[in-house]
Design a protein around this ligand. Structure first.
Ligand code: ADP
Length: 531
């Protein structure tokens, strides 16, 4: 597309722009557009009101990467997060955005070995992402010097307040130099946070994302709660259960668009992709194929889908959650046009539930929970469709050769058996339930969204041990015989992983690994902080 890249207007370095491209971001989110230029322009403190999932991390992370002096190996920025999980996520996200910059970013949180943290701190670190308790620990031990930092970033300040970390936060602030810049991000601005800001951030710029007046179309809107690894399967089921699926599938990054499209084509679907790296002529070709229904699935980023003018879509699928309510309304506005009936389906992982509720509230709309079509129903529908097609064929005249052939076969064989064999031969591949992989029925896990009755476990095994989500689940299930459906929110990092399970399952798992561990420390332990 010839459209200019809006990231280029924010003042970021060419290096940063390259990293952004590699990451697959096409356009800054609202909070990024507001925060990045301010952060790059001057040293002013910033208070920013923004929800989770809006791209806050990149909003402060990208300018931070540009502002940090690689050659100095002292800590130049401290990012505080309320939970260890968030600390890890933020560190990983910044790492993934640093491109070729020679920066070391480490997460520091309770529950992880202090010795390991000390080793890493000694090696020289530019950015520390930490939870308050453990940071105070290090301050006390004089193993972390915060008296000469350039940036202090407080992420999810209201969550810190909710979790009782506000005194810790003040304590940490007191140990930092006065001439740093402070950024505070919070979804809400309760009194206590405003007081804190007044006290420690006298001069500041206030940034908040204004939401437009939104009206959604009359499209039927539903959501499915699925794991990240189940999204693709859910998508194929939606396409398969429909008589004539004709839809747009939205992903947040170019990389995801390419990935989903390749997998769809591999499974035999008529799909194609559009995003910002696709040439104008290719884009036009793809759109014309989509309009003439030569392909019935078009996978797109938000930016690339702008200006597509197709009226009769049956579906819009939010494969990844849109970054804000505006993007949601934009996306789903592509179906249900011109009096046509359409359905918008949004996939969310359990941790995205609150973001969806936020979108629903701002977009003043009603998004109903539903469940992914089950395989039996899909196969029933496919059979119905085949039967209809066969019915329609009756009117077609065909060569006598086939008539004679059929008569001969029926003379020699049982007609029902003969026809069954023929159907099996022609359609078995399509009707075989084995082409679908397992999805946890969403009704079985209505409680999954809420963390009540659940425990977060830390597993001392990560990517470096060649583990993956599936392998980790299998490993635990094989050893403990717990029901795999009860394992949730599996996050695999370089050196370790986290899973969430019910209390009972947690007991079983912990007991098993305590018993079998020949190591000094059990392989699985309870995570220290709230998930
Ligand atoms: P927050 O910190 O606000 O909770 P994140 O920074 O974790 O949100 O962003 C949520 C997701 O959106 C991440 O997967 C991130 O990589 C992605 N993301 C962030 N900014 C963009 C962008 N401009 N375009 C596409 N995806 C983005």
């Amino acid at each position: 597309m010839t459209e200019i890249n809006k990231f280029e207007l924010l003042g970021l370095s060419p290096k940063a722009l390259k990293a952004i491209k590699q990451k697959g971001f096409e356009e800054p989110s609202a909070i990024q557009e507001l925060t990045i230029p301010v952060m790059l322009r001057n040293d002013t403190n910033i208070i920013a009101q923004a929800q989770t999932g809006t791209g806050k991390t990149a909003a402060f992370g990208l300018p931070l990467i540009d502002l940090i002096d690689e050659r100095k190996t002292e800590v130049q920025a401290l990012i505080l997060t309320p939970t260890r999980e968030l600390a890890i996520q933020v560190a990983e996200e910044i790492n993934s955005l640093k491109g070729t910059a020679d920066l070391r970013i480490i997460p520091i949180y309770g529950g992880q070995s202090i010795d390991e943290q000390l080793r890493r701190l000694k090696r020289g670190v530019h950015i520390v992402v930490g939870t308050p308790g453990r940071i105070i620990d290090h301050i006390g031990r004089r193993t972390l010097n915060l008296a000469d930092i350039d940036h202090l970033i407080v992420d999810e300040a209201d969550e810190m307040l909710n979790m009782g970390f506000i005194e810790d936060l003040e304590e940490i602030m007191k140990h930092t130099n006065a001439n740093k810049r402070t950024l505070l991000f919070s979804a809400t601005m309760p009194m206590r946070i405003r007081d804190l800001a007044k006290k420690y951030m006298a001069d500041h710029e206030f940034i908040s994302v204004k939401h437009q007046q939104l009206t959604t179309s009359l499209t039927e809107q539903i959501y499915y709660e699925v794991r990240g690894s189940e999204k693709f399967e859910a998508l194929t089921r939606i396409i398969d259960i429909e008589e004539d699926f004709y839809g747009l599938v939205f992903c947040r990054t170019k990389n995801d668009v390419d990935d989903v499209t390749a997998r769809l084509i591999d499974r035999g679907y008529d799909a194609d992709a559009i995003h910002g790296d696709i040439s104008q002529s290719q884009r036009e070709k793809t759109l014309s194929k989509f309009k003439s229904k030569k392909i019935n699935v078009l996978v797109a980023t938000d930016v690339a889908a702008r200006g597509i003018d197709v009226n009769n879509l049956t579906h819009v699928i939010n494969y990844s959650l849109p970054q804000d309510p505006e993007a949601y309304v934009h996306r789903i506005g592509r179906t249900g046009r011109a009096g046509n009936q359409g359905t918008a389906i949004t996939f969310i992982t359990p941790s995205e539930y609150s973001q969806l509720m936020f979108i629903q509230r701002i977009a003043k709309t009603d998004i109903k929970k539903s469940s992914v079509p089950n395989v039996r129903d899909i196969i029933k529908n496919k059979k119905k469709k085949i039967s209809e097609e066969l019915e329609n064929l009756k009117t077609k005249t065909i060569d006598n050769l086939y008539q004679d052939w059929a008569e001969k076969l029926l003379e020699d064989n049982n007609p029902t058996e003969m026809l069954a064999q023929l159907l099996y031969h022609s359609f078995n591949k399509d009707l075989d339930p084995a082409i679908y992989s397992n999805i946890q029925a969403s009704s079985d896990r209505g409680a999954r969204i809420s963390m009540e009755g659940k425990t977060r476990l830390f597993v001392a095994m990560g990517k470096k041990d060649r583990t993956t989500k599936d392998k980790l689940i299998n490993f635990i299930v094989e050893n403990t015989r717990i029901n795999p459906a009860t394992i949730d929110q599996v996050d695999v990092y370089e050196n370790f992983s986290f899973i969430t399970v019910g209390f009972d399952e947690a007991e079983t798992i912990l007991r098993f690994f305590k018993k079998t561990s020949g190591r000094n420390k059990p392989l699985v332990v309870k995570a220290k902080e709230k998930p």
